[in-house]
Design a protein around this ligand. Sequence first.
Ligand code: PLP
Length: 374
Amino acid sequence: MKPKIWLSSPHMSGLEQTYIKEAFDTNWVAPLGPNVNGFEKDLQDYLKEDRHVAALASGTAALHLSLILLGVSQGDEVICQSKTFSASANPIVYQGATPVFVDSETDTWNMCPDLLEEAIKDRILKGKTPKAIIAVHLYGMPYKADEIHAVAKSYNIPVIEDSAESLGSHYKGQNCGTFGDLAILSFNGNKIITTSGGGAIVTKTAEEKEKAVFLSTQARDNAPHYQHSHIGYNYRMSNIVAGIGRGQMTILDSHVAKRRANHELYRSTFENISNITFLNEPEGHFSNRWLSCILLDSKETREGLRLALEKENIESRPLWKPMHQQPIFKDAPSYLNGVSDDLFDRGLCLPSGSNLSDEELNRVISAINMYFAV
Ligand SMILES: *Cc1c(COP(=O)(O)O)cnc(C)c1O
């Protein structure tokens, strides 16, 4: 059996161990410490726009705290992009609120601004103004930020920007992770940079960051004993994990460049296979191409290709199954146009890691060429 080629695997710079060793040498092994502050500063400097970053245990934790900061509670409704990973939507349920799913548009595969407005109008008509909107830059492709935020603003609804897959992407020159009233990042094992597991919340004010840190460290009031007037969470990132993050920040841009090069290689190689199409970057959209995705001409071709790759020990995966199709969300209100269903049927993510060798890429390309008998 040939060695496995993964969709997206961790890729270290070498500096991670220096920061971790420093933490050991100075005994900053307890949760907080200089790597946490350093990693947060690195992220703030990278994102720009005067944002504040709090490093947390995961992107999911960051989404949960975002909903809490926006006051989402029992009985509220929160609009969420249907085409996404379940972690975008699960925290809505943690808060006892109801997700309302909105379908995608074909230009970016992200939330359709027109359908968003239709959904808001209908929810208001049915008696409730949505408390927040969760929009996602899927696979690194920025959503139509101007349009989405204009709709949100006209109904005075805050946006949580799920930037878990889009660190290093930008829209009209502004970095993803700085558009939402609150934004979240993920450093899970398969993301463009990883801390083995981790995430962050991005806020516009120092007060919001402080509140997120307070909630993420068990919500301890200022007293010599343990005093609590809020329910707290154990969601903070540790100083060891943040050391990995500092090492990863030194190579983020080169990871973006490599992932974009993978995408361009697939695109130029498969130009003449009419069964395969790609998602183009619309004007002003710069994608980190976290995952290279292709669309096939039918569900049958997609599944046939996936199995052919599997036979060669190459991992590939259908695009995210929309949330409105998930058993856990079958009763949630949804505003649909068929786009995310079609993408799920015909889309496939190919190996996309920044550590793929030429030999590995060639194996993927040969397997695909063979399937289409080019
Ligand atoms: C990975 C991911 C998350 C969750 O991040 P974790 O750090 O794994 O908790 C949320 N949303 C999207 C779109 C993701 O891809």
